[in-house]
Design a protein around this ligand. Structure first.
Ligand code: NAP
Length: 308
């Protein structure tokens, strides 16, 4: 299946292009980006021009930042193309809903991807937790923004999400593995004086079990990076670490996840193949709803200005 990549930046180069190249079901037919391009791939700078010139490309994979993404997604769906969205699926929940409705009306597939859900040990963690009684859930997602997002000014602007850009990965895993639905009750957003988006956030959720569920996101982490979810249950403890790559149950390392050679983005493209074949969509916006709730309910705390 031919696919066009839109927004040739870090994630398109690091993950999407190699995943497409490695999968015999896919062919990278074009790129659309104002300045970015990939070797030996036909390049467009405008989505409208691409859609008009290449009706033979049925799938468009959008790797733009969230704010400019909606217009491209709307244009592609309206032109009858199947669409993959990078996370987060948009800049607002209303945009996301509109895209899901448009895909349905157009009879095409919309896949709102959550790459962290495709991490090796997420499904084994979900399976283990399914019949457990929760005591507490602690999410710790701490990374160095200078290391992972160099030069990405959009990430600090309205709609860029700040620390929720990685934090939503944790929420995408949490909403997949927890039995029962939690909802946000409290948030603190630490916002640098010279930025629009938070550099750190602390969240608290209500879960039907009454087990405390908390999350601590921080972009000021130097040294070891932490992407971990610790769950204490009546029947034992679970630690999902490395962003979902490793799993400890009662301190014992577990195996049985996806093949080690298989990684997140190849899994997403394999899922897209299946969605198109079954004429269905996958539009779970729940992780993004928690982020929206944090921005609605969060107490803003100004912190020291941030300079890259
Ligand atoms: P990026 O490196 O900044 O690349 C995004 C590309 O989009 C830019 O190179 C730019 O290419 C294009 N673009 C079009 N309109 C833009 C605008 N108004 N502002 C900025 N860029 C614009 O970003 P990225 O890291 O690839 O992230 C893109 C999306 O992927 C985000 O939603 C992010 O959350 C997600 N993601 C990123 C990572 C990661 O590790 N970086 C991991 C997973 C998911 P042109 O200038 O050529 O148009």
């Amino acid at each position: 299946m031919k696919v066009a990549l839109v927004g040739i930046g870090k994630i398109a180069r690091d993950q999407h292009a190699p995943a497409i190249a490695a999968d015999p079901n896919w062919e990278l037919a074009a790129t659309v980006s104002r300045s970015g391009r990939l070797p030996d791939v036909e390049a467009y700078t405008d989505i409208g021009a691409f859609l008009a010139a290449r009706p033979d490309v049925p799938v468009v994979s959008l790797c733009l930042p969230p704010v400019p993404r909606f217009a491209a997604a709307e244009a592609a769906l309206s032109a009858g193309r199947h669409v993959m969205l990078e996370k987060p699926p948009g800049a607002t929940l209303s945009e996301c809903r509109k895209l899901a409705d448009l895909a349905q009306a157009s009879g095409v597939t919309l896949f709102a991807t959550w790459h962290s859900r495709a991490a090796a040990m997420v499904e084994p963690a979900r399976a283990w937790l399914a019949d457990k009684a929760l005591r507490s859930v602690v999410v710790t997602w701490k990374e160095d923004v200078r290391r992972w997002h160099p030069g990405q000014d959009w990430i600090w602007e309205p709609g860029g999400l700040g620390v929720f850009d990685p934090g939503i990965n944790a929420l995408s895993i949490l909403t997949r593995i927890l039995p029962g639905k939690a909802h946000l009750t409290e948030a603190t957003l630490e916002v640098p004086e010279n930025k629009q988006a938070p550099i750190a956030a602390q969240l608290r959720f209500h879960h039907p079990s009454n087990a405390p569920v908390t999350a601590d996101f921080d972009w000021r982490q130097e040294g070891d990076q932490i992407w971990r979810i610790d769950v204490e249950t009546e029947q034992g403890t679970l630690c999902l670490d490395g962003g979902g790559a490793s799993l400890l149950i009662d301190g014992e390392p577990q195996t049985g996840g996806r093949d080690a050679l298989d990684d997140e983005y190849p899994t997403l493209y394999a899922q897209m193949t299946q969605l198109i074949a079954s004429r269905s969509s996958d539009t779970d916006f729940e992780p993004f709803r928690h982020v929206a709730d944090a921005f609605l309910l969060g107490r803003r705390q100004p912190v020291a200005p941030f300079f890259e």
